[in-house]
Design a protein around this ligand. Sequence first.
Ligand code: SF4
Length: 392
Amino acid sequence: MTASLYIHIPFCAKKCDYCDFYSLPAGTGSGRLFDLFTEKLLEDIGGQLRAFHVTEPASVYIGGGTPSLLGPQRMKTLLGFLSTAGGRHPPGEFTVEVNPESLDENFLRVCREGGVTRISCGVQTFDEWARRAIGRQGNVRRLGAALALLNEAYGGSFSADLISGLPAQDESVLLRDIETLLRYGPSHVSLYDLTVEEKTPLYRNASLSKLALPPAEQAARLWIAGRDFLEAAGYRQYEVSNFAPDGKRSAHNIVYWRMGTWLGAGPSASGTIVRGGGATLSGLRRTVKTDVRRYISVPGTETVTEHLDRNTLIRESFLMGFRYAEGPDAALFRQRFGCALESLVPETLARWRARGKMRNGLCALNREGLLMLNRFLTECFTEMDRSLLPRE
Ligand code: SF4
């Protein structure tokens, strides 16, 4: 079976105030924990590749958390395992996420020699005050040194994340952040609008007025200014929050947006396995339980498995596919569901085309349409609910 592979490393040196990903704060004294985790992770990955008959993952993404916290030796073990477990050919794209604070030359050398084709670096902002306000570790000097090191010691493609809508951020601060980042020559940039997730320290601080965030409209204007700046610099928007010159899009993330098939290893990681089409269509979501200590200590890998029926898969194809600049994969959609996507929501598509929010000749939102993605999806689902979906 063809599938991509996501691997979740659930440790961070310190939790950022805005983060709701599953990761445990783990410091320098966590060597034994990291060793046990790495050992179990290999077992988990090997088991999943065998269970789903994946001999050569199409792409691999090691994210988290902070994969670079594992250090060069454990990463070498993991990459060595993947190169043998993953078959004869290296994956087409192989990404490892890093944080500037835990990045060193050795780690980058191990990545380069282990077949990693792409590093993804969490930058977020070069504004020292804003970094502290959102509880982000490290400082701007360390960040600059890490980006310079990426160019010197790694030399391959790297992607970087930035956040807009930060406390006290105005347009000049955001554009300066982007300009500074572009000087290091990333091949790909993700620009995320800060999301205030419930149960995070950021949410509590904002609710208690300890922290002033830009109002929603101002935050939206900021993000648009960032988008325009990136596009003018040659980084074309190809997904809601992602930008790259031609040929530098993230192949792994496109698998998610176009509802391909991927496996997820490591605590909290989810895989989606879609097979067949028409009467033989089957969908499965398999999520590894979110508890690193149980993950390490319990034999086997505890997972939660959910069967995805046809209607759920159709909705997910819309939810994910319309994030992407070229829209959902039309051929795959027809093969799986036995109908053209357009036939399910003809009125919504006609309305959005008339409003000038769709791309010419494509079943996809244009950049103005992408700004209203949630409204578009609500209209699509309302229309689908009104008409009877083709029977299973
Ligand atoms: S480094 Fe990334 S994963 Fe870790 S706490 Fe911060 S935002 Fe979350």
